[in-house]
Design a protein around this ligand. Structure first.
Ligand code: GSH
Length: 203
């Protein structure tokens, strides 16, 4: 099984962490989706990574891949089976992915526009999403060890990855000062081998 992606993509990192936590072997295939010669469109018509390459075809996007990997091995369920708890964890994943979506939108806005052509309203709208989502993430965690109470789940992986992405691309964001419980949580996530193995190169 192969995971196609880049080392800086938070969605790619999320599914790689899931694979490591589930003790599933995979081969990482680097792909720069922004390069002129990328062939990613043949594996994912949406032109995005991650893509999971299986013997019988391609799987995308990261939420589908994470769910597939979790159900592939019975050890340590990262998505609880009970309907309500499962939905809570998937909502946490949506929250964390949403932070990444907004953050990446800001990164791309800067990459594809000159400084004077940036839309302040559009940037502010994305920044507000990140701010609100961080507040909810901190509130959800409270004094618990994990996002969904006592058990480690996909919600922790997604939230840890989103915080890592902010650290990488928006080091000026003050979440570490504003939310000490998230900082502690992030430290716990970064202590895991799965997070260490997939850490993006320092910018
Ligand atoms: N919802 C998708 C988002 C994937 C995504 O946006 N990946 C970025 C890399 S961080 C990408 O490939 N972007 C290329 C593009 O938008 O053309 C997922 O969860 O897999």
């Amino acid at each position: 099984m192969k995971i196609i992606g880049s080392v800086t993509s938070p969605y790619v990192r999320k599914v790689r962490i899931v694979a490591v936590e589930k003790r599933l072997e995979y081969q990482f295939v680097p792909e720069d989706v922004w390069s002129a010669g990328t062939g990613i469109g043949a594996q994912n018509p949406l032109g995005k990574v991650p893509v999971l390459l299986l013997e019988d075809g391609c799987v995308y996007d990261s939420r589908v891949i994470a769910e597939y990997l979790d159900s592939r091995a019975p050890t340590q369920r990262l998505i609880p089976e009970g309907n309500r708890e499962r939905t809570t964890v998937k909502t946490l994943e949506a929250l964390a992915d949403g932070i990444c979506d907004a953050a990446i939108t800001m990164v791309l806005e800067r990459r594809f526009h000159d400084e004077n052509a940036l839309s302040p309203d559009w940037m502010a709208r994305q920044a507000e999403k990140v701010d609100r989502a961080l507040a909810v993430m901190s509130q959800t965690l409270g004094k618990d060890q994990f996002m969904n109470g006592r058990a480690f789940s996909l919600g922790d992986i997604a939230c840890g990855v989103a915080l890592g992405y902010l650290e990488l691309r928006f080091p000026e964001n003050t979440w570490k000062q504003a939310y000490p419980n998230l900082l502690d949580f992030y430290g716990r996530m970064m202590a895991r081998a799965s997070f260490q193995e997939t850490a993006p190169p320092k910018a």
